[in-house]
Design a protein around this ligand. Structure first.
Ligand code: HSE
Length: 435
């Protein structure tokens, strides 16, 4: 090796699935990364409590410290890679590392969504990089695409399938006709869902990632309690079947959009999308993000959104970015200073098309009553399905509706629920046509 090759000294915090892959992949890609960055990227210290596990991962004992403070206290380290997760200790670790003049790389979307504004301010104050390619879309380089590839674009919209667990469940409900509970149980058996499924299934993980993408696109952090989040729980396979009959697939989407007047919307919910749209064909644990820029038009990013190696690929790309300019300092360009759009729309202000399923008694005048409520709120019907039923029986009545303000749709649903012939709470799903 050329004796003048600079060495970027790395402290690795956490040897979970991703941490272990980062350790292994830094070794297997070492020469490649040195050729491409002109710097040797070397892990000098690893913080991991489980000494036996670290040994099994091949980490030499002399590199091991039991506590993350061993990394932040080490003046030799240039970069800390935070892969411990959670939002308390990880916050302390990252803020201490930045204060001590170290660059930080993290995959921690929950922490960024909760305290990103503070952390990026701190990074800017100390002129350190806080990089987070692995936080959204696993191995898909969506962060770099937004920050670099599309830097000349105003972001018109982002539509993301960014939770592999949910996409697997929806794929199995659609393809194998499973009910939600069975698809979730299968995802757990296959290792695609955690024992505690709430973060994924209730949409929070998608919301954390949506907050990160929105901060990149529009320069402000959406407060977590203002980010509308609806997950998969309660979905029924019959709605996926009716959607298919109508020419739609169902995906859990993160939707991020802005009006030219500066109002942004950021929301996460199950969404009907045309079967002919490219996002409808993203199946299983794969992720995909569609970004529309005002100069470039539509661009699509697809790949594995989770797992050790794909996520390690993203962490290594952040290390390579720092290594490429090392030891010269590249100006830290952190998130949250552009404030291109700073007003977040409430859900009541959004406009969408809707799918509405009612369980109704099959008797004359029911459809007319439902149509009357919708018409009174200027909501048009674009199609209707009602399976053949016998008089007096309860039958699904499925309506596709034209664009309507959310407030009008919700008010109409409440009114429809009170019609005597409507026998169960109405099921409403939003529809995205990508116009
Ligand atoms: N369970 C998550 C997913 C992991 O499947 O996308 C990555 O956040």
């Amino acid at each position: 090796m050329n004796v003048t090759t600079p060495i970027l000294r790395v402290g690795l915090a956490g040897l979970g699935t991703v941490g272990a892959s980062v350790w292994q992949r830094l070794a297997s890609q070492k020469d490649l990364l040195r050729q491409r960055t002109g710097t040797e990227i070397r892990v000098d210290q690893v913080a991991e409590r489980r000494a036996e596990h670290a040994r099994k991962c091949g980490v030499p004992e002399k590199l091991l410290v039991p506590d993350w403070r061993g990394l932040t206290d080490n003046p030799e380290l240039d970069v800390i890679v935070e892969l411990i997760g959670g939002t308390t200790v990880a916050f302390e670790l990252i803020s201490t590392a930045l204060q001590k003049g170290k660059h930080v790389i993290t995959a921690n979307k929950a922490l960024l969504a909760e305290r990103g504004a503070e952390l990026f301010q701190l990074a800017t104050k100390h002129q350190r990089h806080l990089l987070f390619e692995a936080s959204v879309g696993g191995g898909i380089p969506i962060i770099r695409a937004l920050r670099e590839g599309l830097v000349a674009n105003r972001i018109v919209s982002i539509h993301g399938i960014i939770n592999g667990t949910c996409n697997y469940i929806l794929t199995r409900m659609n393809e194998a006709g499973l009910e939600f509970g069975d698809a979730l149980a299968e995802a757990k058996r296959e290792g695609y869902a955690e024992a505690d499924d709430r973060l994924d299934v209730d949409g929070h993980d998608t919301a954390h990632k949506a907050a990160v993408l929105a901060a990149l696109a529009y320069g402000f952090w959406v407060p977590p309690d203002k980010l509308y989040t609806e997950g998969l729980r309660g979905l029924e396979k019959q709605d996926i079947c009716y959607a298919r009959k109508l020419g739609y697939g169902l995906k859990l989407l993160a939707i991020i959009k802005a009006d030219p007047d500066g109002a942004a919307e950021v929301r996460v919910h199950p969404t009907l999308i045309p079967q002919s749209h490219v996002l409808a064909s993203v199946s299983g644990v794969f992720n995909a993000v569609l970004v529309r820029g005002d100069v470039v038009g539509d661009t699509l990013y697809y790949g594995r959104g989770a797992g050790g190696d794909p996520t390690a690929s993203a962490v290594l790309s952040d290390l390579a970015q720092i290594a490429s300019h090392f030891p010269q300092e590249q100006k830290a360009r952190n998130v949250g200073h552009e404030a291109l759009h700073s007003r977040l729309k409430t859900m009541d202000e959004i406009v969408s098309r809707y799918y509405l399923r009612l369980m109704v008694e099959d008797k004359p005048g029911v459809l007319a009553d439902v149509a009357r409520v919708l018409a009174s709120r200027q909501i048009g019907i674009s199609s209707v399905i009602q399976p053949e039923a016998h008089a007096g029986e309860t039958t699904p009545l499925v309506l596709m509706l034209h664009d309507a303000p959310e407030s009008q749709f919700q008010a109409a649903v409440q009114e429809i629920a009170k019609i005597g012939a409507v026998k169960a709470p109405p099921v409403g799903l939003r529809v995205e046509d990508f116009n």
